[in-house]
Design a protein around this ligand. Structure first.
Ligand SMILES: Nc1ncnc2c1ncn2[C@@H]1O[C@H](COP(=O)(O)OP(=O)(O)OP(=O)(O)O)[C@@H](O)[C@H]1O
Length: 307
């Protein structure tokens, strides 16, 4: 039988939290509880407050009003920022420094780093400076620094953003194996494949508040539609961002690509046509035939790694 909410262990509770920057309200009296072993996907349009929310959950940012109750060791929260700089360090140097900051004893740290380099297939690049790394390699180091200290809660801000398809697939496998090991995760993402294969719960944010919070069993039937259009006035993308069902808006070479929840695709197409947009293409994302082979190694908790 599935556990009821009352019997699950709470990790973090946000109670009526608001956040303002220079008087601008970004999060507005938002409530969110995160329970042990949950994988939550946070979705929403650009500027809706997702990263701000994740930073508040992590403790990197404070609330303006409201309560953040934390029921886990704050040192065991791993955070994967959306951008990881091309540092002049090698992964080995960087991870050793990060481990020392976390207070991991040297022997255990060396063992843990070797283990992670192997799991992430980065052994051969361990002594190369990260300035020459691809986005996919940098993202692996970004995730490695976040799980170095064996977190109870892992927060990821758009972990697949900007990666090619192979790197995306590799990271999805890793996140699936984290899930299989029982790690609690909150990730900002918009990729239907990641949501469908990893998330248990999908929290949708718009204009600083939660507009829906659903088990992904409901969302498993939600596919995304990618609409490509040419827009005839530049103000419209901002307006579009606030439309329900918009997952992401990207503009490149005069073409606006709108990722939408398929339940809202008709209304969004109507709106685009009303705005005199020229439709370039409309595609359903199809991931049904993807096959997953992931190995369930003890990436998070290691074999004998202790501190
Ligand atoms: N440190 C800050 N100072 C001032 N304004 C900020 C700061 N951080 C975020 N904002 C503003 O808060 C709003 C929400 O930003 P946030 O990055 O949380 O949104 P988001 O949903 O993650 O957007 P995106 O999908 O584009 O990353 C934006 O208008 C942003 O400019």
């Amino acid at each position: 039988m599935e556990p009821t909410i009352a019997t699950r262990n709470l990790i973090i509770r946000l109670d009526q939290i608001s956040k303002s920057f220079s008087g601008k309200l970004v999060l507005n009296r938002l409530d969110l509880s995160i329970f042990e072993n949950e994988i939550i996907a946070i979705i929403g349009p650009n500027g809706s407050g997702k990263s701000t929310l994740l930073r508040i959950i992590s403790g990197l940012s404070t609330v303006s009003t409201g309560i953040r109750e934390i029921c886990t060791d704050t040192k065991r929260i791993g955070y994967v920022p959306d951008r990881f700089p091309k540092l002049r360090f090698t992964p080995l140097e960087y991870l050793h420094d990060m481990g020392r900051i976390h207070g991991i004893v040297p022997d255990k740290l060396a063992q843990r780093i070797n283990e992670l380099l192997s799991v992430f297939h980065l052994e051969e690049s361990a002594n190369r400076r990260m300035v020459g790394f691809s986005k996919g390699m940098l993202q692996k180091v970004n995730i490695m620094q976040a799980i170095l200290n064996q977190p109870n809660l892992l927060l990821l801000d758009e972990p697949l953003s900007g990666l090619d398809q192979d790197s995306q697939q590799e990271l999805i496998f890793l996140l699936q194996s984290f899930k299989n090991q029982g790690l609690t995760m909150v990730m900002i993402c918009h990729e239907p494949l990641l949501i469908r294969t990893v998330a248990d719960r999908v929290v949708s944010i718009n204009q600083g508040n939660i507009v829906s919070d659903q088990s992904s069993r409901i969302n498993q039937s939600v596919d995304s539609v990618i609409i490509k259009v040419r827009l005839h006035h530049s103000l419209f993308p901002d307006e579009l961002n606030n439309h329900p069902g918009i997952l992401k808006v990207q503009i490149h070479d005069g073409i606006t690509t709108v990722h939408v929840d398929s339940h809202h695709s008709d209304s969004i197409l109507r709106k685009l046509l009303q705005e005199d947009a020229s439709i370039v293409s409309v595609n359903h994302t199809e991931y049904e035939n993807e096959v997953f082979h992931f190995r369930d190694s003890s990436i998070l908790y290691g074999e004998d790694v202790e501190q």
